[in-house]
Design a protein around this ligand. Structure first.
Ligand code: UDP
Length: 324
């Protein structure tokens, strides 16, 4: 079995490549290394290429002839998407079309797509299920929805094309053996920032908003360990290959932690009482974002192993220390 992984040198893609390798599948990573790293590709071959470069992409796909494609390569910074929407529609939507067209030419029929909880915007009902209306509040979320809609149309037009879209909630943590983890130069994410503050790389951590309608006034998120998320991708792949139908799945544990709870745990894990400052709300943050995760558990038999904030932060901390 051969699997093409776009973005396999990035944070989530590299954890999936690691799991695919453990199953002895043949893997080819296609990544432009804009945010990924060659050392993160623990299994299989890496081709450095851009999805916008159709010739290289086509040659790669036709030479490798994968049985399935797992598509992670994307731009993911919400605030940047607001400033540079064209970049997001080009990279996340148009470049995915390149890939899908080439897959069609090469007769590849199985596709796993990296989507996001950002497709829901500010959901009315919590926990949010997969049937909630898609009302994104930034171009990042819209760029992902557009791809989901394209996939839906291809699946209805082509009997044997099948896809699974995985909508990620707040992904965090790192490989237990500390070989791979989040390595963005500038991270906007809470756990990474807290740990960078503990490490002294940032002077203080700001809490974006303490006046939300939540028990302690700070936002609540559903933090999921990256290895559990990677496992969900393998299950989705197996499901489609065994005859399952195209579908969309939330990837989260179904419960959340507030910003203050995450900070307390980061202080406990690191043993460092780093500086925290209360600041104003960040634009576009819903007060609570928690996945209803019964669908993925039922249909894919997803049985997460690391639903434990302390473990998530511990693995992220070991990785963060190794980075410096
Ligand atoms: N957050 C914060 N300080 C930071 C970074 C994030 O208070 O330096 C908050 C943010 O407002 C949100 C939560 O932490 O409520 C998670 O944010 P993150 O950027 O990690 O993920 P998002 O939920 O935006 O995808």
């Amino acid at each position: 079995m051969r699997i093409l992984v776009t973005g396999g040198a990035g944070y989530i893609g590299s954890h999936v490549v690691k799991l695919l390798g453990a199953k002895n599948l043949e893997i080819l990573t296609y990544d432009n290394l804009s945010t990924g790293n060659h050392w993160a590709v623990l299994n299989g071959q890496l081709i450095v290429g851009d999805l916008a470069d159709k010739d290289t992409l086509k040659k790669t796909v036709f030479d490798f002839k994968p049985d399935a494609v797992m598509h992670f390569a994307a731009s993911i910074v919400v605030s940047e998407s607001v400033r540079k929407p064209l970049k997001y529609y080009r990279n996340n939507t148009a470049n995915t079309l390149n890939l899908l067209e080439i897959m069609k030419e090469c007769n590849i029929k199985t596709f796993i797509f990296s989507s996001t909880a950002a497709v829901y915007g500010i959901p009315v009902n919590m926990p949010v299920d997969e049937d909630a209306p898609m009302m994104p509040i930034n171009p990042y979320g819209t760029s992902k929805i557009m791809t989901e809609l394209i996939l839906k149309d291809i699946a209805s037009a082509t009997n044997d094309f099948k896809y699974a879209s995985l909508r990620y909630f707040n992904v965090a943590g790192a490989d237990k053996d500390c070989r791979i983890g989040q390595a963005y130069k500038e991270s906007t994410h809470l756990i990474t920032r807290a740990l960078k503050t503990a490490k002294g790389e940032m002077q203080k951590l700001q809490i974006y908003g303490t006046d939300y309608s939540t028990p302690d006034g700070t936002c609540i998120r559903d933090y999921i360990h990256v290895d559990d998320l990677a496992d969900a991708h393998l299950l989705a792949l197996q499901y489609l290959l065994e005859g399952g139908k195209s579908d969309v799945f939330n990837c989260g544990y179904g419960h959340g932690y507030s910003v203050r709870e995450v900070i307390d745990m980061a202080k406990k894990v690191t043993g460092i009482n780093f500086k925290v400052e209360e600041a104003k709300q960040r634009e576009g943050d819903p007060p609570v974002l928690i996945a209803k995760s019964s669908k993925i558990k039922k249909i894919l038999n997803w049985n997460p192993e690391h639903d434990d904030l302390e473990y998530i932060i511990k693995t992220a901390w070991e990785w963060e220390k190794k980075l410096s």
